[in-house]
Ligand binder design. Sequence first.
Ligand SMILES: C[S@@+](CC[C@H](N)C(=O)[O-])C[C@H]1O[C@@H](n2cnc3c(N)ncnc32)[C@H](O)[C@@H]1O
Length: 395
Amino acid sequence: MTNRSQISAAVRQLYNTYPFPPEPLLDEPPPGYNWRWHWQAAYNFCTGRKPPRDDVQILDAGCGTGVGTEYLVHLNPQAQVTGIDLSDEAIAVARERCRRSGAQRVTLHNLSLYDVEQLDTHFDYINCVGVLHHLPDPIAGIQALASRLKPGGLMHVFVYAELGRREIYLAQQALALLQGGDRTNFKEGVRLGRQLFQALPDSNRLVVEDKRRWSLENHRDANFADMYLHPQEVDYNIETLFELIDASGLSFVGFSNPSYWDIDRLLGSDADLMGRSQQLAERDYYRLVELLDPELTHYEFFLSRPPLERCHWQEDATLRQATPEIHPCLQGWPSQSLFNYDYQIVTLSEAQFAFMQACEAGTSSVGDLCDRLEFDLEEVRSLLKQQLLMLSPSS
Ligand SMILES: C[S@@+](CC[C@H](N)C(=O)[O-])C[C@H]1O[C@@H](n2cnc3c(N)ncnc32)[C@H](O)[C@@H]1O
């Protein structure tokens, strides 16, 4: 057996012992929501426009027990969804989860990312959350996925960041030493790990950080094992992250948690430092942010296979001809106070509210509505920037 297949066997054994995530199965569609699993919202975030089609092919790569997969099915009623995972136990749970919640339009396969070419489909959207950092060869994994992404398609990736996981890394290494030779008895590993956290003084940094950040989820053995007993984990920093992205052959579109990357929240009180940060090249800017706020535990971002049309709506004539719709992920609409796509509260002015109500029919152009309601194009751009509206360009 090669080292790569030995590691993959240990990873499979971990997730066969503790299928992840260990969320309960429900007999109804899941109650929560995440806009990154909503095709229209993700596409609009990346391109500034409504996608041309909704009958898309979606891949959940490393779907685990199908929590994200189930959302992908329910949130995208015209999509066909495929889930793949290395662990047959996780796939069995994912099948049962989808069956019980009525998530049809999904096909699940016990298949490694490396072998994704065995699927004879190319995808419009690939979701790969919490997986690549567990591969012995993440570059081969992301390249395999990239080869299945259609031109103009999007990939959403989540991988671990080293700065905010330092204490986890230390605990993993310590536990491995205490475990000795056999590290694949994961139930015994959980027992020993819990014993270790009990034994350490309350003031110990590993204990303090575990209590502060992780104890809520780690009371479940599956979460504890996923965090502290993993046989394979690569944690990234901005430099190594972009090595992975560059090797994928895809284009970086942007982080899907942009508020973390807004340096204004860190240096906004000092115009000189703000100015210096704005002079930096893109990757140095990101590095500066993570150095100044090292709580970061993961990176989440979108990649695309060019060509990806991006609309900035700078030309008045183009904006006037476009057809606006209410963003599909607003909670509490219609109301002047509502939650946006990212669950942030938004308060609309009377004029904004009236304009958005007029957009609901989804038939008039921006220009017609602005003329009728005496609404300014700059106000439309502001609603677009806040992702309260979605536009379809005139054909
Ligand atoms: C932390 S879980 C994430 C599950 C799911 N993506 C989520 O976010 O809920 C990691 C999953 O990746 C799967 N995995 C690890 N290596 C894999 C590989 N080479 N091919 C496919 N799946 C893999 C594991 O079996 C496990 O189910």
